[in-house]
Design a protein around this ligand. Sequence first.
Ligand code: 8GP
Length: 835
Amino acid sequence: VEASIPEPQRAAWKKFTPKGFTTPEEFEKECVRHIETTLARSLYNCDEFATYAGTALAFRDRLVLDWNKTQQNQTFADQKRVYYLSLEFLMGRALDNAMLNVGMKDVAAKGLSELGFRMEDIVSQEHDAALGNGGLGRLAACFLDSLASLNYPAWGYGLRYRYGIFKQEIVDGYQVEVPDYWLDFNPWEFARHDITVDIQFYGHVSKYQDDNGTSISVWEGGEIVQAVAYDVPVPGYQTENTNNLRLWASKAASGEFDFQKFNSGEYESSVADQQRAETISAVLYPNDNLERGKELRLKQQYFWCAASLYDIVRRFKKTKRSWKDFPTQVAIQLNDTHPTLAIPELQRILVDQEGLDWEEAWSIVSKTFGYTNHTVLPEALEKWSVPLFQHLLPRHLQIIYDINLNFLHYVERTFPKDRDMLSRVSIIEESNPKMIRMAFLALIGSHKVNGVAELHSDLIKTTIFKDFVKVFGPDKFTNVTNGITPRRWLHQANPRLSELIASKLGGHEFLKDLTLLHKLENYVDDKEFRKEFQEIKYANKVRLAKHIKEANGVSVNPSALFDVQVKRIHEYKRQQLNIFGVIHRYLAIKAMSPEERKKLVPRVSIFGGKAAPGYWMAKTVIHLINQVGKVVNNDKDVGDALKVIFLEDYNVSKAEIITPASDISEHISTAGTEASGTSNMKFCLNGGLIIGTCDGANIEITREIGENNIFLFGNLAEDVEDLRHSHLYGTYTLDSSLQAVFDAISDGMFGDASHFSALVNGIVEHGDYYLVSDDFASYCKTQDLIDEAYKNQEEWWTKCITTVARMGFFSSDRCIDEYAEMIWNVEPLPPKQEQ
Ligand code: 8GP
């Protein structure tokens, strides 16, 4: 690699390379300099936001120095890199994380206080980077943190949406969506106006003969849109290693700005063309576990895959290696099927542009990719209509047909007797219109496919990918159980607990090796430790109660049992089961004498989460929760015994306040529907217990922490299909307490009953697909057990502490090491020690 500064001048250069700050004074100097110069503010008009900006810029400078060194080190080392392709990165705030990862939060806090500001006020000025919907996007963010912290040479590739996930407002109990324009001030990105890629759409394919008489396909015509790179540094914890997240923004290609129109006075319409190009990366699709085949979404996917691959291939070509080395230098992980187009795109580059023959190219492609599946829900599996695809990506359609043809030939040879097999495994579904099954393409083009928790990884082998296990053998399939980064979800969200643990374990090493938490078991009976542990939980609840008071105007008692369900609103996640349980509790309280009520464990039921804007049923659930809250919270008979709260606009930074404050959290999906869940891990790590079904990672959490420390209930995944069948074709009786709940709703106890009829009828009349009635009795019984357990405070805290001690397995560091070894075959690259 050539340096751009000639040797004799490098000394001068090096002399002035900034070193970064280490003391509070040096930090203040940098912060004030940025406020006064970069931001053009002064002593007289510096508010908390400007101070946040100055602090962020000071830390950004620091990250960039490490980032530069890391990128240089990676280039020189010339070893295999990982590319994580994800349409979603739900990063949340960056400043707190940056300060903690570089170990400078105390320094900055001291500096800020000398400048007259409090750290928490400054940190809370930051706008969340919310480029994701839920679990899948947040997992990608945790993985970036682990990749950087473990020194893996890795890049993330995504889209730079102008609007992230919408902001949720609750108006009269209904969800209202407001655009999230988050780029007003974003100090964490670097626009690389010099790194651009032209991306082609539409057009047609022509065939030509080259000089040797071989036929070559050329994709011609159509339109070009330009991709511009924006780089976001991702700092590792206690390492100089700082990786890159490259996000692409769309722009009209330089030749495309229509000078014809411009000169003939149609300036406005030529600007409109410009804007049209920019819409590709304008907005994140707000669906979680649901696909809608919109053309713009397909454009986003191709735009991002093509730009990323161009970049990856360009980087590889600089090494001057032969193509067969590509899979030994490059591992690309597909986060769900959204980046599947990268497979035909790489094949196209190798065959059409680099002149490799098909077989040689395909052998490279199919060794490069790994595919992670995140859901078995049929409505979430991506399919694209062939006519749409033909129109937008004509050459890719041909390539997919050829991939399919070769594959089907192979299947035919291997299973000559099973005629149906071909139509079942074909990438093309023979429907009207024909559809491209993206999950099949992803699977066929990858060397490994993984699910995200044991049950889920088993399920994909017996349901959606059953035939492919026969075709490729079981070894193509594997499991990597999800994890979470302990830096954000313990150290940052719950600093007091992190310090308490550090004081017992002799330092913060557990934040890098979470299995060390097991040593906490020695303190389960330690009086002093237990007391502090409880005090911390209480303080976290006080903090949440304060937030609830400010946001909802409702006072809740921090000594009550806080029962939390925060996640996307979805029928399969069954917030409806929870709110029906709350109504059941309310009816029971109403039937009690005042004496009996006094004996109850007071409870605060806290909900939070967004519904996809077009998901009517989910919005109805939000409305019902709010209506129930209105009635219950104002009922004098009830008082502290029950409060119902819906927290508006649940996001990553709110999760950091909510997670450490729960006593019980709910992970109650219909068995077999939640692939893993990750918030279950966050709550346990923060010393909250969980109520859950035998689903997703709940099962492995139970195995790790012991079944005495978790409240499991409900039917098992293996029985779900039979139960559904019996609802439709057998005798069906509604659970009697659930009937009482429905009676209360239809009596108008929570307002106009007709608002909730679809929700109720889905259960009573239309087959109860999510088995709410089947699980209702066992859910309510388990909730009673929780009340009983909470009364025995000594045992309760033993459970909580034991849970924390046994959560070591669920670090995303463990996940990333598993991916690196089983799927990517990459090694860490520790930062170079400076001479
Ligand atoms: C989610 C799963 O629902 C969740 O159980 C899991 O923990 C998380 O992925 C991370 O693995 N899946 C999705 O968010 C998902 O499939 N989204 C795609 C439809 C966009």
